[in-house]
Write a protein that binds this ligand. Structure first.
Ligand code: CP
Ligand code: NVA
Length: 313
């Protein structure tokens, strides 16, 4: 596989064998790192990290990942560059391309990462847009593998808002042959475009998407239970109304009892305990939530090195 120089905006752009190879490479880098082997894969290279929104995991994992690979990362927050306001997205992409080796951007509209990619001559990684969060899904899949589960035929149940995180799980999950179930209240289900993409892809991969309002139907027999916040970044003013609409769309003891005995629980974090998940579940032996957060580092190191790394190191 050669994905050197490519952008990483959505898992829809990647084939199953490419995702599998990315995950293998990430696992290898994780093993090397845990054994204390230094890496020079990004020696002398710089990543620009553009953030329109807050972050803990994404910022720390990309910055630490670049450091561990021998390179550096530069944080550019909302007030630093004024993306699209002080300067056009096109010009920012062109300027950064001349000075850094790889760009990561966390944005509101997905069209912003698309525009950065269009005008950048170095790889652009989507570190979350309102549409999709592909780096999160890579770490999620690595965590599922580490729990000893295969992808083909896996029942992955997402309970909650049909948002960017749900979309990434669908894009990557169906590509890898999973049966993804989403349980969301009316009006908050994954978009029509995503559902029709899923229909088309499922005929090719054997994966499937089932969209329901029923938490019970979705959770029954699940191998993986997954959830995310009810109100995403940028939707803060809807928090109260969403709290009412999503009541019951929670991974709790009852949902866990419906899943398989050996099921695991994932959450991309940050979590709102008592809303989309209970603290009891996150603290239970079923939870892989903090391994999942750690894997953001390892999965993204694999990604960075394959997109922009030195040949050896
Ligand atoms: N899961 C995730 O992307 O976390 P941050 O928003 O803290 O980066
Ligand atoms: N859906 C959430 C994910 C946070 C990692 C958001 O976009 O805020």
């Amino acid at each position: 596989m050669n994905i050197k120089g490519q952008h990483f905006l959505t898992l829809k752009d990647y084939r199953a064998d490419e995702i599998a190879e990315l995950l293998d490479y990430a696992r290898q880098l994780k093993r090397n790192f845990k054994q204390g082997q230094p890496s020079t894969l990004m020696d002398g290279k710089m990543m620009a990290m553009i953030f329109q929104k807050p972050s803990l995991r994404t910022r720390v994992s990309f910055e630490t990942g670049m450091f561990q690979l021998g390179g550096s990362a530069l944080y550019l927050g909302p007030s630093d560059i004024g993306l699209g306001a002080r300067e056009s997205v096109e010009d920012i992409a062109k300027v950064l391309s001349g000075q850094v080796d790889i760009i990561m951007a966390r944005v509101f509209g997905h069209e912003i990462v698309e525009e950065l990619a269009e005008f950048s001559s170095v790889p652009v990684i989507n570190g979350l847009s309102d549409y999709t969060h592909p780096c999160q899904a890579l770490a999620d899949f690595q965590t599922i593998q580490e729990a000893g589960k295969g992808f083909e035929g896996l029942k992955l149940t997402y309970i909650g808002d049909g948002n960017n995180v749900a979309n990434s799980l669908i894009f990557g999950g169906l590509t890898l042959g999973m049966h993804v179930f989403t349980a969301s209240p009316e009006g908050f289900q994954v978009g029509e475009g995503v559902q029709s993409w899923a229909k088309q892809v499922s005929t090719e991969t054997g994966g499937s998407l089932t969209v329901t309002e029923s938490v019970e139907d979705a959770a029954r027999g699940a191998d993986v239970l997954y959830t995310d916040v009810w109100a995403s970044m940028g939707q803060e003013s809807e928090t109260e109304a969403r709290g009412v609409a999503f009541k019951g769309y929670t991974i709790d003891r009852r949902a866990l009892d419906l899943a398989k005995d050996e099921a695991i629980v994932l959450h991309c974090l940050p979590a709102h305990y008592g809303d989309e998940i209970t603290k009891e579940v996150v603290d239970s032996p079923y939870s892989r939530v903090f391994e999942q957060a750690e894997n953001r580092l390892h999965a993204q190191k694999g990604l960075i090195a394959l997109l922009a790394g030195n040949e050896s190191g």
